[in-house]
Design a protein around this ligand. Structure first.
Ligand SMILES: [Zn+2]
Length: 467
């Protein structure tokens, strides 16, 4: 990709700088709409936010529709880019819904009355949605605007997809992607919903863990039994379940489900060095949540264990009596929720099978077991040698004067996996959030410098894609 000429790019960047106050004011307009997807009372606000976005995108020359779903609508805009251009087509994904704002009393200012306040690193924007994801999404839209105003037009073909249900688990997104597959065809997806490494160090998120959620239930005696009359003879399902789940990890923290590590790839030495160089302080990380001893597999650095190794966790466990005082019974049933965070190439369905085999192998005769699996997602690793990933690295290097770091995330962003599976394309996760942005919490904020430099980075990326 030859990219746009330097003078044009400079004009576009200058435009981003001089228009910053207006861009921030436009973001404030969107932040004032309380588009809380989970609360039925805010249905009209959801539509208002969708219509606001539609108007913004139309102003930039996109063809935009608001497409209903069984839940909240999707805003979908298209721009063909320059006539005869050869730039790759970008599918930008963002979301206009936000989390509820309560507890309201913990906010320093009303959550839907955005403020620009002083912080230790300059001004910051405080409001629900400031970063997640209205602020992050508006950067791309503002970059398009700067290109249209000062760069002679939007330099690459773009699709903008703004979802209204990300904060409620995107229940209608996959059917939407399937129904609009042809219309959504693009070379890659671009998502700004992740973090930088720190305020001076840009990052691309190149890995996400997958997920396998299981529920296991054991049924023992037909009813709760007197632990005096039956104890010593009757099998106790809570004892049995606790013992089996206690064997999930060996003494070195390795997960004992058969075949669990078959598809797990070791981190390349190059990647390991790069993460090591980030200087992650695990002791401080744990201290922040009141812990001292690290868990997980022994002998591996913290970032590898969080970003590149699979885990097994008991999320909840129940059975028998847990009220005040005592009740001397052998319970009839026991159950647990167990989730596995997975890494690329591990198949969540195979892991679910493996977990069932692990439990059955250890189950005494006469005890019944049932399983349920849900929320299955593959782990993701993004190829950073694609032309667009290289363009993003160049854009970030140019803006921040230092190389972007390739970071992982221990979490799961289902949309990335859905885009990969349904549309067959990778997502470039170029985000500008910071760890202390308090997303989903009171006083959510977005540093103005992140918004500004993030917009410039998006503008630079568009310039590099231009053919
Ligand atoms: Zn969120």
């Amino acid at each position: 990709m030859p990219g746009a000429d330097q003078q044009t790019v400079e004009r576009v960047l200058t435009r981003v700088d001089t228009d910053l106050d207006h861009a921030r004011e436009r973001l404030f307009e969107l932040l004032r709409i309380p588009s809380i997807s989970t609360e039925p009372d805010h249905k009209a606000d959801m539509l208002r936010a969708a219509e606001w976005l539609q108007a913004q995108l139309r102003e930039l020359g996109l063809t935009v529709s608001i497409i209903p779903t069984p839940g909240h609508p999707v805003v979908l805009g298209h721009h063909p880019g320059p006539a005869g251009g050869k730039a790759p087509k970008v599918l930008f994904y963002g979301h206009y819904d936000v989390q509820p704002a309560d507890p309201l009393e913990l906010w320093n200012s009303p959550p839907f009355e955005p403020q620009l306040v002083d912080g230790p690193r300059g001004k910051r924007i405080v409001a629900r949605g400031a970063v997640d994801a209205k602020g992050q999404s508006m950067m791309f839209i503002e970059a398009l605007r700067a290109w249209k105003t000062a760069g002679g037009g939007i330099p690459a073909p773009v699709i903008v997809l703004m979802e209204g249900e990300e904060e409620v688990g995107s229940p209608n997104l996959e059917p939407f992607l399937k129904a609009h597959r042809a219309e959504l065809a693009a070379d890659f997806a671009l998502i700004s919903d992740t973090n930088m490494w720190d305020i001076d160090t840009p990052a691309l998120s190149t890995r996400l863990r997958g997920m396998c959620n299981c529920e296991v239930r054991l049924k023992g005696p037909r009813m709760d039994l007197h632990s005096g009359l039956f104890g010593g003879s009757a099998l106790n399902p809570v004892n049995v379940l606790a013992k089996i789940l206690g064997e999930l990890h060996d003494k070195d923290g390795r997960i004992q489900v058969p075949g669990f590590y078959d598809d797990v790839r070791a981190v390349t030495p190059e990647q390991a060095r790069e993460w090591e160089a980030l200087g992650f302080d695990e002791a401080a990380f744990l201290k922040g949540v009141g812990l001292t001893t690290p868990g997980g597999e022994k002998g591996l650095p913290g970032l590898q264990r969080i970003w590149a190794r699979p885990t097994a966790d008991i999320n909840g466990i129940w059975g028998g009596y847990s009220g005040p005082g005592s009740k001397t019974i052998i319970p009839s049933e026991a159950g647990a929720k167990v989730s596995f965070r997975l890494v690329p190439d591990q198949n969540p369905h195979a892991i679910f099978e493996g977990f069932q085999a692990f439990v059955r192998e250890r189950l005494p005769a006469g005890m019944e077991v049932t399983f349920q699996g849900f929320g299955m997602a593959m782990g993701i690793e993004i190829d950073t040698n694609t032309p667009w990933a290289k363009a993003a690295k160049d854009a970030l290097q140019q803006e921040y004067g230092r190389p972007a770091v390739m970071i992982g995330s221990g979490g799961t962003i289902p949309v990335v996996e859905q885009i990969k599976r349904v549309l067959g394309i990778d997502s470039l996760m170029m985000g500008f959030g910071l760890e202390d942005d308090q997303i989903h919490s009171p006083n959510e904020k977005y540093e103005l410098t992140c918004f500004h430099k993030g917009t410039r980075s998006h503008a630079l990326l568009l310039g590099k894609l231009a053919g």
